[in-house]
Design a protein. Structure first.
Length: 81
């Protein structure tokens, strides 16, 4: 099974995360979800990407690039590039 197109870092209380997950599912974009509330390494990654902030959703793509709180169109554009 191939690796997902993107890894989405979330929390259980993030409404933006819930919305983006729904939109990714509708767009048939495969993703892995990592809840930073339970993964210290994920917290560190999210903080490194976001200038010390624990901002979610943070998406990390196969090429190592990241988007923070992106729109579904931004995700689609990044995957198409």
């Amino acid at each position: 099974m191939p690796a997902p197109s993107v890894t989405m870092y979330t929390t259980s209380w993030c409404g933006y995360c819930v919305r983006l997950k729904r939109l990714l599912d509708r767009a048939d974009i495969d993703f892995a979800e990592v809840n930073i509330e339970y993964d210290e390494a994920a917290v560190e990654l999210v903080m490194r990407v976001n200038g010390g902030n624990q901002t979610v959703p943070t998406l990390v793509f196969r090429d190592g690039s990241a988007l923070t709180n992106p729109t579904i169109d931004q995700v689609k554009d990044k995957l198409a590039a």
